[in-house]
Design a protein around this ligand. Sequence first.
Ligand SMILES: [Zn+2]
Length: 217
Amino acid sequence: MGYRSRGNKPLTLSGVYRIFDMPIYYGPFEYPRRSDNWYQGSHEPIITKELYEKAQEHLKRDKIVRENREFAFTKLFTCGMCQSGITAQEKYKELKDGTTAKYVYYSCSKAKDRNCPNKYIREEELIEELFKVIDRVDINELGMRMKLEEEIKRFNRLQRLATKDTPKYSINEDDVNTREYAKYVLREGTPLEKRELMGHLRSRLVLNNKKITLLSE
Ligand SMILES: [Zn+2]
C-alpha cells in the first residue's frame, strides 16, 4: 500500500502488526510498556475504539505465533527433499462455534532450498507417523530398551513422590511393552519427554510429504 516508516523505509509486516495492536490510536496508552499502567491520551483519536476491537478480532482469527516456542519435535527431523531442518509453528484458528483451536504444524525450514516443495504436517499426523516408526523400528538395536526402562523407573519414582499412597498409574517394569510405552510418552509426555525419547533416533528421521522414513546407514 506504499506506507513508509518515519525513516522512509517500507513498513515491515511485524511493524504493521505492532501498529494494529496499539490502542493509542483511539486514545489509551500504557506507560511504561507492559506495566499495565494505562492512561488516557489527550490527543485527538484517529480511529474509534470499535474499529480497534474489530481489528483485534481479525488478527486473532488467523494468528500465526512466530516466537520461538518449545516444540517437541523440532530438530529431530530432516527434510527429505532438501536436507534442511524441520521447524514448527503454532496457528490459531477460529472455529464456527466461536472457540479457538490451536494447531501445531511442522514444515521444512527451507534453509537449503527456498523453493522446497515438501508438505507441512500437523503435529497429530506427525505423532501418528511416529507410532508407525515405533512399530517397525528395532528398539533393542537402537538402544532404546535401556533408555525406556530408565524412563519407566523414573516415571514410577515420580508417581510415588506425587501421590505418597499407592501410585495410580504405576508401570510394571517386567510387563511393560516397550513400544506401547514409547507411544504413551508420545501421547501424554511433556515436550521435553517426547524430545528425549525420540532423541535416540536423531538424524535418522526424515520427513517427506507427511511420511517419516528412517535414514538407513
Ligand atoms: Zn526441504
